[in-house]
Design a protein around this ligand. Structure first.
Ligand SMILES: C[S@@+](CC[C@H](N)C(=O)[O-])C[C@H]1O[C@@H](n2cnc3c(N)ncnc32)[C@H](O)[C@@H]1O
Length: 225
């Protein structure tokens, strides 16, 4: 992975709760956040006493390198958000400026925790479709804004392989959103659900409370039975 190709953008614990319908019971599980990038989910969950491991290829870089990349691409992302503002629901976040502040706060929180989190094994450099964890290491794997969102960049076979890998390391997998960047249901979703089901995995789409990208109202849940 080249850092100059990464567009870092991180969400908060509260957003993860909404995206994945996380209950108190869920938060007592061994959780993997796959593709967590510069989200503050791990640090905020750890502060609450949860057991969370995050993995992402961006963790191969140093905190300073990630910080510089965030600062470099921030104006570009904000310009794109202004252009595409009609594709989002401006309720809990009322403006592009407020979104920028919330995201920067989450990413600062992540950056200040990154070195300690690496030492504690909470941030692991890894990429789907192959993860460095034993079978059933986690009870719950969460994948926010990577699989299905980038359906034009990641093909169907890689989606399926990635979902099988997540199901190998965790007994339950939740992925949000299942729409791609254009707001339409991912072109890979049907084939992935059918193939997982044929493998004996219980798959379903479940509504979530989180609202931001138009069309993104459901998460994919895959449970190994
Ligand atoms: C849009 S960001 C989402 C970050 C975070 N999950 C959130 O919702 O705030 C997408 C993340 O996917 C990560 N990513 C890219 N390729 C990946 C792969 N092959 N396996 C796992 N994560 C990957 C990126 O490094 C980036 O951090």
């Amino acid at each position: 992975m080249e850092l100059t190709k990464v567009v870092p953008w991180g969400r908060s614990f509260e957003e993860y709760q909404g995206m994945f319908g996380l209950s108190e019971g869920d938060l007592s599980k061994r959780i993997l956040g796959c593709g967590d990038g510069p989200a503050s989910f791990n640090v905020e969950a750890t502060d609450r006493g949860c057991q969370v491991t995050s993995c992402d290829p961006v963790y191969q870089f140093q905190a300073d390198e990630i910080r510089h990349r965030i600062d470099d691409v921030y104006p570009e992302i904000m310009a794109k958000m202004h252009q595409g503002a009609d594709n989002f629901i401006w309720e809990s976040l009322s403006s592009v400026e407020q979104l920028g502040e919330v995201r920067m706060k989450a990413m600062s929180r992540f950056l200040s925790d990154f070195d300690a989190g690496c030492r504690q094994g909470r941030y692991v450099s890894a990429s789907l479709p192959s993860l460095p964890f034993p079978d059933s290491e986690f009870d719950l794997a969460l994948c926010s804004h990577y699989l299905f969102l980038y359906s034009d960049h990641v093909d169907g076979a890689a989606h399926l392989e990635s979902m099988r890998e997540l199901c190998r390391v965790a007994s339950e997998v939740r992925v949000f959103p299942v729409v791609s960047l254009d707001g339409n249901i991912s072109k890979h979703l049907d084939q992935v659900m059918t193939a997982l089901s044929a493998n004996g995995i219980d798959v379903s789409l479940q509504p979530v409370s989180y609202r931001f990208q138009k069309g993104a109202t459901e998460m994919l849940v895959a449970k190994s039975v």
